[in-house]
Design a binder for this molecule. Structure first.
Ligand SMILES: Nc1nc2c(ncn2[C@@H]2O[C@H](COP(=O)(O)OP(=O)(O)OP(=O)(O)O)[C@@H](O)[C@H]2O)c(=O)[nH]1
Ligand SMILES: [Mg+2]
Length: 684
């Protein structure tokens, strides 16, 4: 028994998170090399890395799918997930964060904190995932560790605890001083590391920085403070223990630096992962529900099995379901339940993915991340559990799709094949939604952005699917209330022989927030004297939610409203849940027609980095796209512009920006909610 627990303490489930291009895949590649998992170093630009294995990732030079690999370092097993940085694939990050115990946030030493690093940082905050920061690309011209740390402090607001001092800068960056142990580590051109004393010329600076680190730690950690007061210094042991505590509570973020591309800084990063980030035993027990009641499951190999499928890879050669085992043990040949899908599945094989090699395991215990073969239907987000002790873990949150395209098989005989291919896509990626338009009969594929849909359609082609015709991308509109109505009475009465139906409701409808961009729905009851019994109030709420599916302007979903049930009445014989649900649905539909409503469109925050001489043209173009420019600042000789732009105006923007800046401009976007769309209402 002890052995299980001991090995569990030596597991690190680690994610690599960052803005696009910060170097996550390169860091992952170097980790696999440094740990002896691979014997050659692949490059993103050559399409030879382990974790960007999808042909589209290799062609495009970006990560699209989160990839899980395992490696070993210093007696520990590290299950590592390389995540995509592009905002269209943020759902992959969300699902990965759900199963991780710790993360390395990678930053570009020239750019510092970029928009998507901020988004993933907030995502990790929400999941309570402790982090270490790695400031990468110190070899680049203009790299500056102190400036990057300042931007981490200013924009992400943690307490940065910098544990290294770089030796040399830019092209001359060769090593680091380890401020905890006060020794140096210098890498040769072949990547070999040589330990030594702190170089004489950096001695004073290193002493000053260690002092600053000690003070920052003592300020936040009572035991360290005691030692600091007694001895006026902190031992390496105390410092390490305190850094571990601060990392796990989120009261500080250890900052390391290096250049993944040049193989510098990777071993100390691995040491830090092992020393500071939590094991599965250090994180709270997972929560789930059983028959509607909350339940906790400890990371104990002897508890009933429960795991979460966070990724499904359904290729022509087979289907792998990646699972985080939260409790219990799963063995090869086991039958497990998928309570959400109402099925059972048989686990044919359990695999540990070691780069391009798969190692077969007989079992996997609580705390581990493995891939299961033979699981036929469980989708990404499904719970798998012991059929004798069913438990439903909370599924990862999937963001609502904002962009859609109509898709059609080029040959009508391929319609069935296209439906199968689309179903497979949605099974792997819950942020892709496939539906049939009720008016046009077209098949509509919706997702997070233009690139997301482009990649999905291309995947159908590359997986040997049918040829597909794709319509123009369209954004997903919403409708909202800007002027409400009070005291709207609605009676649902039906008397056609047999049991009748009677429900009478009085509704107030008002905007939910101060601005028209507020999203969400709130339902309240202000009924007094039990004039509408509680169970019928719930039925009215359900009916109102039904009515939100289609608004009065163009049949788009309605958001940003508050409905209050103020009064109503019942009939002794004819009132029922069904009658009140119908009254809620038809009643709200009628009130919405009486309210002042507006159409909303999704908007995005655009951050464009452009050469100074192109600023005028880019600003003019953003204005023509109905963009509201928020700010402009100079960063490293280039202008960084931010603007809020309707998503509908951003289709094809990448090509336009490239031509406006002769290929020197780049931009990123992130969702910024909804804003009123110009009238008249566009057709769906
Ligand atoms: N100069 C320099 N370039 C680097 C370094 N690390 C990565 N790069 C380069 O930066 C580019 C992006 O690296 P990736 O590892 O693909 O970045 P990523 O964060 O995985 O990108 P996405 O997955 O697409 O978000 C590649 O061309 C790398 O070779 C580094 O330390 N120094
Ligand atoms: Mg990558």
């Amino acid at each position: 028994m002890r052995t299980h627990i001991d090995t569990l303490a030596a597991v690190r489930n680690l994610g690599i998170l960052a803005h696009v291009d910060a170097g996550k895949t390169t860091v992952t590649e170097r980790i696999l090399y440094a740990t002896g998992t691979t014997h050659k170093r692949g490059e993103v630009h050559d399409g030879t890395t382990v974790t960007d294995f999808d042909p589209q990732e290799r062609d495009r030079g970006i990560t699209i799918f989160a990839a899980a690999v395992s490696c070993a370092w210093d007696g520990h097993r590290i299950n590592l997930i390389d995540t995509p940085g592009h905002v269209d694939f943020a759902d992959e990050v969300e699902r990965s964060l759900r199963v991780l115990d710790g993360a390395v946030a990678v930053f570009d030493a020239v750019a510092g904190v970029e928009p998507q690093s901020e988004s993933v940082w907030r995502q990790a905050d929400r999941h309570g995932v402790p982090r270490i920061a790695f400031v990468n690309k110190l070899d680049r011209a203009g790299a500056d560790l102190d400036r990057a740390v300042a931007s981490i402090r200013d924009r992400l607001h943690p307490a940065p605890l910098v544990v290294q001092l770089p030796i040399g800068t830019e092209d001359g960056f060769t090593g680091v001083v380890d401020l905890v142990r006060m020794r140096s580590l210098v890498w040769g051109d072949d990547g070999t590391a040589v330990r030594g004393a702190v170089p004489e010329e950096l001695r004073e600076e290193a002493v000053r920085r260690r002092r600053a680190l000690e003070e920052a730690v003592a300020e936040r950690h009572p035991a360290a403070l005691e030692e600091f007061c007694d001895r006026e210094t902190l031992s390496a042991g105390t410092l390490t223990a305190a850094l571990r505590d601060l990392t796990r509570t989120g009261d500080g973020v250890v900052v390391l630096c290096g250049s993944a591309y040049r193989n510098r800084g990777v071993e100390p990063l691995l040491d830090a992962v092992v020393a500071y980030l939590p094991s599965p035993l250090d994180v709270p027990a997972v929560r789930g529900t059983r028959d509607g009641a909350g339940q906790r499951r400890p990371a104990d190999p002897h508890a009933p099995f429960a795991g979460l499928v966070f990724k499904v890879n359904a290729s022509a050669t087979g289907r792998l379901a990646y699972v985080r085992v939260y409790s219990g043990t799963i063995e090869k040949g086991d039958t497990v339940a998928d309570p959400g899908g109402g099925r059972t599945e048989r686990v044919a094989r359990i695999l540990r993915v070691m780069a391009d090699r798969h190692v077969q395991l007989d079992r996997a215990v609580a705390g581990d991340i493995v891939a299961l073969a033979g699981v036929k239907a469980a989708r990404a987000g499904a719970t798998l559990c012991d059929p004798g002790a069913p438990l439903l873990l909370e599924a990862p949150v999937t963001a609502e799709p904002v962009v859609s395209v109509a898709v059609e098989a080029r040959r009508s005989t391929d319609t069935g094949r296209l439906a199968t291919a689309l179903a497979r896509l949605a099974e792997e990626d819950p942020s892709l939604v496939v539906r049939t338009d009720t008016e046009t009969g077209q098949t509509v594929l919706s997702g997070r952005g233009e690139l997301h849909l482009e990649v999905a359609v291309e995947k159908i082609r590359r997986d040997g699917g049918p040829e597909v015709t794709v319509g123009r991308p369209r954004v997903a509109y919403r409708e909202t209330v800007v002027g409400g109505v009070t005291g709207f009475a609605y009676r649902h009465v039906k008397q056609d022989g047999g049991a009748g139906q009677f429900a009478h409701v009085v509704l107030d409808v008002e905007p939910l927030g101060p601005g028209p961009g507020t999203v969400g729905f709130e339902f309240r009851s202000a009924v007094v004297g039990g004039r509408v019994p509680q169970e019928y109030v719930r039925a009215v709420e359900a009916g109102c939610r039904d009515a939100l599916a289609e608004g009065p302007l163009g049949g788009h979903p309605v958001t940003g409203v508050r409905v209050t049930l103020t009064d109503g009445s019942t009939h002794v014989k004819d009132s029922s849940d069904t009658a009140f649900r119908t009254a809620g649905r038809l009643g709200l539909r009628a009130v919405l027609r009486a309210c002042t409503t507006v159409l909303l469109e999704p908007v995005a925050e655009v951050t464009a980095t452009v050469p100074e001489d192109a600023v005028g043209g880019v600003l003019g173009d953003l204005a023509a796209r109905r963009g509201r420019v928020g700010g402009s600042e100079n960063r490293g000789g280039a202008a960084v512009l931010t603007a809020i732009v309707p998503l509908a105006e951003l289709f094809g923007y990448a090509t336009r920006l490239r031509s406006r800046t002769q290929g020197r401009g780049t931009f990123t976007t992130r969702p910024a909610g909804y804003a009123p769309a110009p009238a008249p209402a566009p057709v769906r």
